[in-house]
Design a protein around this ligand. Structure first.
Ligand SMILES: Nc1ncnc2c1ncn2[C@@H]1O[C@H](COP(=O)(O)OP(=O)(O)O)[C@@H](O)[C@H]1O
Ligand SMILES: [Mg+2]
Length: 250
């Protein structure tokens, strides 16, 4: 598995005494797009948090490898610098930090001396904002403060486009988007995708999955992956729900 970007082996994650993920295995290679589905409370956002190294979630056992290196105990900050990106299900508001300065700082931390200078950065940002239909003056607004739900999601995608991570985990990025915004977002995600990066998309939206193009679909149930398959799983789930697909954990 030379080109495995992310390899999760027998991961067990707890909050306090409660197990949220149990013996979860997942491998994502460069060039692949994976969709993660599953009922509310199945553990999807928990998996995203564990991949990003959110300290609220305790890894009890198992490991997370990124490009072959064990990152299980690594800080979120270091993971971000390696090129792991998480778009939050509920993006937070950050008063006092503008959208532009936030993205510029994150890009500087990731790219160091090779980060673009001010004017080039602004030009790049403007281009990405135009492509997403975010008014340019939003660059000077405090990050996500007073943004609508859909605008917050677009602001997350703007960060994705600016940071160009190797692995992007998108947690229900489609929720709260109108039909046009959904198309814009899926077009931008598709344009971001190359043979060198990978996506893990948490969604209930068949239209988003179709718009982006999917290689693998996984269904999370009770903290473990109960079913994996190809893109056809998305329409099966949309038509029949999760009940007939999954089985009780042993
Ligand atoms: N920080 C937390 N504290 C307590 N319980 C949590 C926390 N995060 C998640 N949980 C619980 O873990 C389960 C899985 O949550 P989550 O991963 O958010 O599910 P999903 O994203 O699949 O809807 C839920 O029962 C949820 O209430
Ligand atoms: Mg969730």
């Amino acid at each position: 598995m030379s080109n495995a970007l992310l390899e999760i082996r027998k991961l067990r994650v707890n909050i306090g005494e409660r197990a949220l993920l149990r013996d979860l295995n997942l491998t994502i290679r460069a060039g692949e797009t994976h969709v993660l589905m599953g009922q509310n409370g199945a553990g999807k956002s928990t998996l995203a948090a564990a991949i990003m190294g959110n300290p609220a979630y305790t890894v009890v056992s198992g490991e997370i490898l990124f490009e072959g290196e064990d990152i299980t105990g690594e800080s979120t900050d270091k993971r971000a610098r390696r090129g792991i990106f998480l778009s939050f299900q509920n993006p937070g508001e950050v008063p006092g930090v503008t959208l532009e300065s936030f993205i510029r700082a994150a890009k500087g931390a990731r790219e160091g001396a090779s980060a673009p200078r001010m004017l080039a950065f602004r030009r790049e940002l403007n281009g990405a904002m135009d492509g997403l239909g975010i008014p340019r003056e939003y660059a000077d607004r405090d990050l996500n403060v007073g943004f609508s739900g859909g605008e917050k999601k677009k602001s997350e995608i703007l960060q994705l486009l600016a940071l160009r991570p190797r692995l992007a985990v998108l947690d229900e990025t489609d929720s709260g988007l109108d039909i046009d915004a959904l198309r814009t977002v899926s077009d931008n995600i598709r344009a971001f995708k190359t043979s060198d990066n990978a996506l893990l998309i948490i969604t209930h939206n068949a239209r988003l999955a179709e718009g982006i193009g999917v290689d693998f679909v996984h269904v999370l149930e009770n903290g473990r992956i109960a079913v994996s398959g190809g893109p056809e799983l998305v329409s099966r789930i949309t038509e029949r729900g999760f009940g007939k697909l999954t089985f009780d954990a042993p």
